[in-house]
Design a protein around this ligand. Structure first.
Ligand SMILES: O=C(O)CCC(=O)C(=O)O
Ligand SMILES: [Fe+2]
Length: 297
């Protein structure tokens, strides 16, 4: 289908002025693959396959404020998601997308060859196990994210993947879920990860989506990062998300080795913080550049 081609070419596709019912939302997503039921997100009433992405008026924390690729901690990361805007603040609440195919393409040749054979370890625990701790009443994530006890996923993926559908090379590390390079500690991995992340958020790789009611975004998790701006305190924002199952990105996770054995000695102390210096500066850098409009159908 035409949309599929555009989707794999651009990594993200936006549709304006839609009025999808929850059933139509699911039907559209099913055209691209099987539905993934998210372990951590609260579902909307009556639709276990539709995750609610919500920030209430009196809440300060939103979902997805740091740049990330959903599900990179899975051995078979999700293909992508279809997000529908149901209730929006009067201003703010945009979503940024970073084209990781372009980020790879524009890396200096020396850096490309340095990372070509490297692998990276991705986990869910350093992100979602904290949700319990953040559940400090309405200001936290109570009722929105849960199940922190099943945040045990560990996966190792090549730093440069060949995209299973487009066949193009993509830089596949992200500030949310990538913990360290294989064979290096979290601390040792920091400088190179930071260098790659700072390169990724350059002007020519960033798209900014200003939502309207009924806007639908379809993004490819293997080819894009995204980040939900949290600049609308005091207003409600409600999105519905349907996620589509993906597949393996390499043969790396097929060994008999227990996933936990990939983990570096300092992996358990790692705690994700979307407001730390790195994540804050990546957002600022991307924002100062983000007037580039995404391709539209
Ligand atoms: O609310 C958004 O714009 C995106 C939030 C997010 O990270 C997600 O739905 O995966
Ligand atoms: Fe996300």
């Amino acid at each position: 289908m035409f949309i599929r081609e555009q989707f794999f070419q651009h990594g993200v596709v936006f549709f304006r002025g839609q009025s999808l019912s929850p059933e139509e939302h699911l039907q559209f997503a099913r055209r691209l693959g099987r539905i993934n039921v998210n372990r951590f997100f609260t579902a909307i009433d009556g639709y276990p396959e539709i995750a609610q992405v919500l920030k209430e008026k009196d809440q300060k924390v939103n979902i997805g404020e740091g740049f990330h690729s959903d599900h990179s901690y899975d051995v078979e990361p999700a293909l992508g998601s279809v997000l529908v805007a149901r209730e929006l603040p009067n201003n703010g609440g945009d979503t940024l997308f970073v084209d990781m195919h372009k980020a790879y393409e524009t890396l200096p040749t020396k850096l490309k060859s340095r990372i070509e054979q490297m692998n990276a370890v991705h986990t869910s625990s350093h992100v979602f196990r904290q949700v319990g701790k953040l559940n400090t009443g309405t200001a936290g994530l109570t009722g929105r994210l849960g199940n922190s006890d099943v945040a045990t996923q560990v996966a190792v993926h090549p730093v440069v993947i060949t995209h299973p559908d487009s066949g193009r090379k993509v830089l596949y590390v992200n500030p949310g879920f990538t913990l360290h390079f294989e064979g290096m500690t979290v601390a040792e991995s920091r400088p190179l990860l930071d260098e790659l992340y700072n390169h990724a958020v350059k002007q020519e790789h960033v798209h900014r989506l200003r939502w309207n009611l009924g806007t639908v975004a379809l993004w490819d998790n293997r080819a894009m990062w995204h980040c939900a701006l949290n600049d609308y305190h005091g207003q409600r924002r409600l999105m519905h998300r349907v996620t589509i199952e993906g597949g393996k990105l390499s043969h790396l996770n097929e060994t008999d080795q227990l996933p936990s054995l990939w983990l570096a000695a300092d992996a358990n102390e790692a705690v994700y913080n979307p407001w730390d210096d790195l994540n804050t500066s990546l957002r600022h850098k991307a924002l100062s550049f983000s007037e580039v409009q995404p391709s539209k159908l």
